[in-house]
Structures are given as structure tokens and as C-alpha cells.
Write a protein that binds this ligand. Structure first.
Ligand SMILES: *Cc1c(COP(=O)(O)O)cnc(C)c1O
Length: 403
């Protein structure tokens, strides 16, 4: 072999996988299909139809129904939370969780910039201000160590709790989000929160069935929110839940989401401006049927993830994101990570996938790049800035490729 040939071999081995190679690998995992392969599609193979029909046959279609109570109990059993209220969607679940945790208008909530927009919308709906925290490359979620350093610089502890010195506003809550089902490093985060006396609320919208050190997502903080939107692992069409570790807090949540109505057989007594956010029985019926199948769904999704890991293992310039030691992800969405933040390369991969009928997706725009949140306070977001353009979500429906 001539030196020139050796040199060109070396260059070839450092090259990155082409979009066509990435498309071929995804196709090998998802199998042939005539229709476009969606990012995450629901699969109803259990009692959904029977339970929904039961609601209609019995007339119990609204929120006073047995499936609502059953769904809430099943979520408590799954997570170990003390109480649960099923609500209209995940966004209002976060909003009520924030309110019950004591967040008020003109206060700040520490939240990730790398999240679905609903996390920060919920903060804004309370009239509070998102205060963005950087991400941890190992979990994709909030970075507790970076937050600890940052708070030392910008916050002070007063009788009324933590205060942001520059704005004078109270820092009223920390709202971590478990990205694609990967739990945040909650022990480290809870330690920071305790030190600063800031309540933690989990945005566990994507994390049903995930665990952190053996504990279930949704029960890693005093209050948590979940979503059962159509693209989540368990769907009620639209829906959400607020979980809490304290039964008294649970009662307050139920009260606020049911127009603050005092129990009475015929009188309408309301003593607060509150909300009608409860989940209808028809939707809860789907949720019960879905939860009955959760173990099989999680298993099927893990198999899809493992096949992605295997097929991308030797491919240069890309890797498949994996759960961290001690955590078990539900692998809601599998994610391909490009080695470098290169938007042009990312978009050429996305374009090639879409041309081939594979509905891969870019990660959400960072919240601080969205017009309504661009002026919010934030720490340096270098990790999130570098991570976001590297992420491509892969088709992740359970049972993909197992036709
Ligand atoms: C889906 C989701 C929500 C919102 O849930 P909806 O039920 O769609 O309102 C909130 N936060 C995150 C991180 C989500 O992925």
C-alpha cells in the first residue's frame, strides 16, 4: 500500500455517516412501510374500546366517573405518590402544580430552556417568570451542579425564601423536566433546592414508567405533572395528571381543579376563583386501558431503542443517547446525537429522513430563543446551546418493526 492510500484510508475512517447511511439504518430498525413512519403513534390493543363504550352505555361520560377514580388510583400505584388528580392536559397540570406550590405572579421559576414550550408556558400562565437553567449532557435535563454555582452568584436567602438579587423577585420554585423520559439527577437537584428552601415540581410529562435510583418519575418531588397527550406513551386523547406526596396537598389540587366546589348534596358553594380542569371519564377510560398495558409498552419501546443502539454502534459521527447509570428511561423518544452541533448537517439528515418517509424531528427550539421568553433571566446556557442542534428524535412508536 502506498503512503497516499494509507492516508486516504485514515481520512475515510474519520468521516461522519452520510444522511443516506442514517436513513438506511433507521429503515432497518422500523422495517418496510408504505405510509410515512410517524415519530410516535399510539397503539390501542387492549380494553380501550370496551371501556369507552361502557362510559357511553352507562351515561358516565364526564369527570364524575369510575374510570377517573380508577385511573388516578393506578397512577398512585405505579408511582407511589399519595394522591393524584386527573386533569385536562399536561400544561394545566403544571400550572396548577405551580399554584399549589405557592408560585405567584411576578415571582421566578427556575426551569430548563431545553424543554417543550409547555413547561415555560405554564409558568407564564401563573404570571410568573421563567428563569432558565442550563442542561446536563448526561441526562439532557437540568444541571444541578451548574445551578448550585449559579445560585451562589445571583441569589440570597431571606426570611421569605430565596431571592434573585438583580430583579428583587422571589425564586418560588424549581421545575425540572425529564427529557424524552430520562430522569434528571434528582438527588443532587433536591439538595440544591433544600439548601435554598425552594420547592421542586417535576415536569414528568414525558416520563411515565421511568425510574431514578429505583424511584418512579412523578414521585421524585412533592408535586409532579404528567401528560397523556396523543404522542405520549399512555394517551387519553388529551389529558394530564397532578401527583402529590401529601394527601392534604392532593385535596387542595382536586378542589382547585373542580371549581373550588364544597361538597354538598344540592347547594353550589364555591369560595375561590378556580378552574374546571378535570379529565372526563371517557378519556380516563382510555387511560385505564393504556396503563393496563404499560409494562408491555415499556418493554417494546426498550427493544426499539436497543435496535437503534445496535445499528448505530459502529457508525462514525453519531451516537444513540442512552439512560444514565442508576436510571431507567421509558425511552419515550429515542434520540440520535450528532457528534458536533452542525445545523446544516442536522437539517440534511432530517430532510433525507423525511424524503424517505421517516418522520424524524429536531429537538425543540431553546425557550430563550422564542420571542416571548427571550428577555427572561438566565444563566449561561452553553451546554443547552451546544446540545440542541445535535439532537434528532427517531421514530419511537412501540412495536416498530415488529409487524
Ligand atoms: C407533552 C408535554 C407537556 C404538555 O402536555 P400537554 O398534555 O400536551 O398539555 C408539558 N411538558 C412537556 C415536557 C411535554 O413533553
Amino acid at each position: 500500500m502506498t503512503p497516499a492510500a494509507i492516508k486516504s484510508d485514515a481520512i475515510t475512517s474519520e468521516r461522519s455517516a452520510t444522511p443516506a447511511e442514517i436513513v438506511a439504518a433507521i429503515r432497518a430498525v422500523v422495517g418496510p412501510s408504505e405510509k410515512p413512519v410517524q415519530l410516535h403513534e399510539p397503539k390501542f390493543t387492549g380494553n380501550e374500546w370496551a371501556y369507552v363504550k361502557d362510559c357511553i352505555d352507562t351515561g358516565w361520560v364526564s369527570y364524575n366517573g369510575a374510570y377517573v377514580a380508577k385511573f388516578e388510583q393506578m397512577l398512585c400505584d405505579l408511582t407511589g405518590a399519595a394522591s393524584c388528580a386527573a386533569v385536562a392536559n399536561g400544561t394545566v397540570a403544571i400550572e396548577i402544580a405551580l399554584r399549589v406550590a405557592g408560585v405567584k405572579a411576578d415571582e421566578e421559576v427556575l426551569s430548563p430552556s431545553l424543554t417543550f414550550v409547555a413547561t415555560n408556558n405554564a409558568i407564564a400562565h401563573v404570571g410568573a417568570v421563567p428563569h432558565f437553567v442550563d442542561s446536563d449532557e448526561r441526562t439532557l435535563g437540568m444541571d444541578p451542579a451548574a445551578l448550585a454555582d449559579y445560585l451562589k452568584d445571583i441569589a440570597e436567602l431571606t426570611d421569605g425564601g430565596a431571592r434573585h438579587r438583580r430583579t428583587g423577585r422571589r425564586i418560588a420554585a424549581i421545575l425540572p423536566m425529564h427529557v424524552f423520559g430520562h430522569p434528571v439527577d434528582m438527588d443532587a437537584l433536591n439538595e440544591v433546592a433544600t439548601r435554598w428552601r425552594i420547592p421542586v415540581i417535576e415536569d414528568a410529562a414525558e416520563a411515565i414508567g421511568s425510574t431514578y435510583k429505583g424511584r418512579a418519575a412523578g414521585n421524585l418531588a412533592p408535586i409532579a405533572a404528567m401528560s397523556f397527550n396523543g404522542n405520549k406513551i399512555i394517551t387519553t386523547g388529551g389529558g394530564g395528571a397532578i401527583l402529590s406526596q401529601d394527601p392534604e396537598v392532593g385535596k387542595r389540587i382536586r378542589y382547585l381543579t373542580t371549581t373550588a366546589k364544597q361538597p354538598h348534596p344540592w347547594e353550589f358553594i364555591h369560595d375561590e376563583i378556580a378552574w374546571n380542569f378535570r379529565l372526563p371519564n371517557i378519556n380516563a377510560a382510555m387511560g385505564v386501558a393504556g396503563l393496563e398495558q404499560l409494562p408491555q409498552l415499556l418493554e417494546a419501546k426498550r427493544r426499539v431503542q436497543e435496535r437503534y443502539e445496535r445499528i448505530f454502534a459502529g457508525m462514525p459521527g453519531v451516537s444513540v443517547f442512552r439512560e444514565t447509570e442508576g436510571s431507567r428511561s421509558n425511552y419515550w423518544l429515542s434520540a440520535l446525537l450528532l457528534d458536533a452541533p452542525d445545523l446544516a448537517r442536522r437539517d440534511s439528515v432530517l430532510q433525507a429522513c423525511h424524503d424517505a418517509g421517516l418522520m424524524t424531528r429536531a429537538c425543540w427550539r431553546l425557550s430563550h430563543h422564542l420571542p416571548m421568553y427571550q428577555d427572561c433571566p438566565r444563566m449561561p446556557l452553553d451546554v443547552a446551546e451546544r446540545l440542541q442542534p445535535r439532537i434528532i428524535n427517531l421514530p419511537s412508536s412501540p412495536f416498530l418493526g415488529q409487524t
